[in-house]
Design a protein around this ligand. Structure first.
Ligand SMILES: [Zn+2]
Length: 282
């Protein structure tokens, strides 16, 4: 099984995770820019984070045989903090970088006017840069959040086939399918979607335009949830080709729209800007 995790926050994961992911068949991933769990207090804090998503983290992933790309954005939660919103003006210089394959995560958290502004501005940036967009749907009040998201999308210049709506579940998959967007599902250990529920959705909606991710971060999560979905699909009678479509070809097709996906892992060498993953620089 070859696996592309289209949404995982490796910055908050360990080397053991990278090794386990490689052993499970993960050969590529996309790390979306998001919230750190505590508020950032200035744009400079974002810039160091973005630089890490563009430099150190791809270097670390390559040490473990995994191709790393990222998405860059001001996340919905911090779109409400006036200390952070100047980041919007700096995004264009990051969105031209080779390994940035989408604008994201954008979308709604609490559905405030500040989030409206940031979402519309960043959909425009995606359109201007020829990039797809990774749109997070809210974890609370999901149906209303999706409806408002789709209203803003319809007013934007970005066509629906360049958008993935993420964190979907049984209550939102119907409207998301009708929108023409790609469908993203985050599989968590004990809340929201699990592999069996994912398989039931695949039975009803098919495997077209579906992306399955672990969304693993600093919270309770599991970077092998993509593998578990593949195993549950096989157990439920899906073919190896169906699994390959969902876990590999669909994310390649979606992020490939950026024209920047590069799945060959060049030998990263032992040093990144003079630093190695070995403490003490062996
Ligand atoms: Zn995320």
């Amino acid at each position: 099984m070859r696996i592309f995790d289209p949404h995982i926050h490796m910055t908050s994961r360990t080397t053991d995770d990278y090794e386990a992911m490689y052993a499970a068949g993960v050969r590529a991933l996309v790390e979306p820019a998001f919230w750190l769990g505590q508020p950032r207090t200035s744009p400079a804090s974002f810039f160091d984070y973005f630089d890490s998503l563009l430099g150190w983290e791809p270097f670390r992933a390559a040490q473990h045989g995994i191709a790393h790309h990222c998405t860059i954005a001001l996340n919905p939660k911090e779109a409400n903090d006036p200390r952070c919103t100047p980041v919007l003006d700096a995004l264009p210089r990051y969105l031209v970088k080779d390994s940035v394959v989408a604008v994201g995560e954008i979308g709604y958290d609490s559905m405030t006017p500040a989030e409206d502004t940031a979402l519309a501005a960043q959909l425009q940036l995606a359109s201007d840069h020829g990039l797809p967009a990774l749109v997070h749907t809210p974890h609370r009040d999901k149906a209303a959040g999706l409806k408002r998201t789709l209203d803003v999308l319809r007013e934007s210049d970005l066509p629906p086939d360049r958008v993935v709506l993420d964190h979907l579940n049984e209550t939102t998959v119907g409207d998301a399918t009708d929108s023409g967007c790609w469908l993203g599902f985050s599989i968590y250990p004990d809340t929201k979607m699990d592999p069996e529920r994912m398989v039931r959705i695949l039975r009803v909606h098919g495997t077209e335009r579906v992306l399955v991710n672990s969304a693993a971060d600093w919270g309770r999560s599991d970077p092998l949830k993509t593998l578990h979905v593949g195993e549950a699909m096989i157990a439920a009678g899906f073919s190896d080709d169906d699994v390959d479509q969902v876990l590999w070809r669909n994310p390649v097709a979606f992020y490939g729209q950026s024209g920047r996906l590069s799945l060959d892992i060049a030998d990263p060498g032992a040093l990144h800007e003079g630093n190695s993953i070995l403490r003490g620089g062996e």
